[in-house]
Design a protein around this ligand. Structure first.
Ligand code: NIG
Ligand code: FE
Length: 385
């Protein structure tokens, strides 16, 4: 198989725990790619020969970003809702219903081209693995087709029929639908099942029922929890040993203890607090307590319409007490862990050759120069995009 040597890398972030120092980074590094995989990693001076050679002129290379939380299958626009928030209104779960109406009215082709456009935008900003949820269909047909659309773009698809109770039904009847016929129609296209466990959406018992039904057909659980206020979701995720629980904005001491003890990853979504003017979660408190922390975009039309993990990294550093050296692995290695993936999120021989080239000498510039398009190149499975 053809090999490519990428050399003269000012800072090569590997996330390899076996390497000493911050981020397993190598100064003046090099990589050899073979097919879709990383074949060799080390100092440029020690690099082996390869069929092709690319000189990066001192730029930094990072593992591709892993965005473990997004809602890309939707139609319509909620800019007026955002403008109203910026004029003083508060964010509530009910806005989801506006998008549900527009999504149901859209054709499969419209939804597919919308997801293609958003995934391409993510790619340009360095995201090489993305999770995509359903949750704006909320009928058997619309949830299944949302997931079928998402599946065209990623293996990491999540059934979020339990996003909000749609108009015209009761919570009890809707949970029966979600755990019955809707789950049956959605499961062939999904790897994960998720619930918006929040006041105005689903309570802890309902979340438990949906996750149990999902588990019975082989779907792994994840939760939206403690976004708009304290609640039972984070402790439920820890009790069930879920891989990750997302938002974690309002945490009580017992929530932090439960996350630490269970090893459940707290996925923080700072673009949401930016776009809803809520207080940011305290990442420093979680890290100091020994909780594993990931960062993701939560790209959706309501609470956060960014596709940019560089933007989320900058917010996490400026607003949430993270250092750049903590935020970068949170958006790469920990994002991968939040999806139970060991093949992405690092640059170690045998892993998928997904990489981001920065037009900058180090990862620190992602937070140091916010809003600047620093991603100069993106490789997915050994191929430049
Ligand atoms: O993750 N929390 C639930 N879902 C989205 C918001 C969806 C919307 O407002 O449309 C979120 O923030
Ligand atoms: Fe979300």
């Amino acid at each position: 198989m053809a090999t490519t040597l990428i050399t003269n890398i000012g800072e090569l972030v590997t996330n390899d725990p076996a390497r000493e120092g911050v981020l397993g980074a190598i100064a003046d590094g090099a990589l050899v790619l073979e097919g879709a995989l990383v074949a060799w990693v080390g100092a440029a001076a020690d690099a082996p020969d390869a069929d092709e050679r690319i000189d990066l002129g001192g730029r930094a290379v990072l593992p591709g970003f892993v965005d473990s939380h997004s809602h890309l299958v939707f139609a319509g626009d909620r800019a007026p809702e955002f403008a109203a928030r910026m004029a003083g209104e508060s964010y509530a779960a009910g806005g989801i219903r506006t998008t549900v109406a527009a999504t149901r009215a859209a054709s499969d082709e419209q939804l597919t081209s919308q997801v293609a456009r958003l995934v391409a935008e993510m790619r340009r900003q360095g995201t090489t693995t993305v999770e995509i949820k359903s949750g704006y269909g909320l009928t058997v047909l619309d949830e299944a087709r949302s997931l079928a659309v998402a599946r065209q773009f990623t293996e990491e698809t999540t059934f979020l029929g339990a996003h909000v109770v749609p108009d015209g039904t009761t919570p009890e009847a809707y949970v029966d639908l979600v755990t019955g016929p809707m789950l049956a129609a959605a499961a062939p296209y999904a790897r994960w099942v998720d619930v918006f466990c929040e006041r105005g959406a689903f309570d802890g018992d309902q979340a438990r029922a949906v996750l149990a039904a999902g588990a019975s057909v082989g779907l792994r659980g994840r939760l939206h929890a403690n976004q708009l206020g304290p609640g039972p979701g984070v402790r439920l995720a820890a009790e069930l040993g879920l891989t990750a629980v997302d938002h974690c904005t309002y945490l009580e001491p017992a929530d932090v203890d439960a996350l630490r003890d269970s090893g459940t990853i707290a996925t923080l979504l700072p673009g949401v607090e930016f776009s809803t003017r809520q207080p940011y979660p305290d990442a420093r408190r979680l890290l100091d307590a020994g909780v594993r922390v990931a960062l993701a975009s939560d790209c959706n039309p309501g609470s956060c319409f960014t596709r940019s993990l560089p933007f989320c990294i900058a917010l996490a550093v400026r607003e949430m007490g993270m250092t750049p050296a903590a935020a970068v692995p949170a958006a790469t290695a920990m994002g991968a862990a939040a999806l139970d993936r060991s093949d992405v999120g690092g640059l170690v021989p045998g892993m998928r050759a997904d990489l981001v080239v920065l037009d900058a000498p180090s990862h620190v510039h992602l937070a140091y120069r916010p809003g600047v398009p620093l991603v100069a190149g993106v490789w997915v499975a050994g191929r430049p995009m």
